[in-house]
Design a protein around this ligand. Sequence first.
Ligand code: ATP
Ligand code: FE2
Length: 317
Amino acid sequence: MICLGIESTAHTFGIGIVNNKKVLANVKAAYTTKSGGIIPMDAAKHHEKNWKSVLEQALSDAKISLDDVDLVAYSRGPGLGPCLRVAREVVKELNKPFIGVNHCVAHLEAGKWETKAKDPVLLYASGANTQVIAFEGGKYRVFGETLDMGVGNFIDSFARYMGLGFPGGPKLSNLSDSSDKEYIKLPYVVKGMDVSFSGLLTNLKQKYDSNNYKKENLAYSMQETIFAMLLEVAERAMAHTGKNELLLGGGVACNNRLQEMSKLMCKGRKAKCFIPSNSLMLDNGAMIAVTGLKFYKGKKEIIESKPYERTDDVKIE
Ligand code: ATP
Ligand code: FE2
């Protein structure tokens, strides 16, 4: 069975094509800016302009025609309304059997599918979401999460404040790499199993404005602090549940330092650390296709978006 997946929840329009064994194509066009953040209507316009060429490229990479596609999967949410509308329009145009997929569940399913992790605690660190998750009783249960913004949005906000543009994650990561690794003390906010970033953001902006610190060292200290916060909660979830696998997911998990710290934590607990490839962790169509293929049972649905659907709203059958 060949499934074509459409990702269009935010900054990225992606089409992935998979069969039961492997990814045949994973093409995307990402909306970026030089200085400001995402403007939802502009991102949607970007997707409208690019979807046909992304589709053609994906079919050509997979060496198939649209006739060979058995199933279309699309991201139904969570996401930005105008971008989700583009996904619905493309599903209509393709006129195939289809299934709607939750974007967050897709991040997790794609990682499991690729790494073959069996029963992991998942650290899902992306733009809008930051959750520590484990699968129990037919659902992904959220053990801990951010109390305010997602870790990626936090990183992007600080990068935007520094005039670095969107997405800020890779830019701050490069800055950190070129720092002299002088740790500047920052607020470390873990409350029970949850984390919070807004106070840290205010503090970083004040330090940046004071001109007393090198921006490279601010980037370095920010990374050390937030990744330690995330891994403290992930490690506690592993201890509570007795699970001995950690699986990373979401765009922020592309970060080299987070990967390094995750491996160290797992080594200390004699646990396994699973890290999917970057192309599957950033928003992409293949993760939607993999998830659609797994959950499609031949049921007819209506094409709809669920802009606020949470990871733990989804019943996994
Ligand atoms: P969600 O999945 O919660 O809806 P999203 O789809 O916007 O959010 P992803 O595409 O999974 O998020 O991830 C995008 C985020 O990843 C951005 O905030 C970006 O700055 C961040 N990011 C990408 N690469 C890196 C990196 N190397 N280091 C840190 N952050 C990164
Ligand atoms: Fe995402």
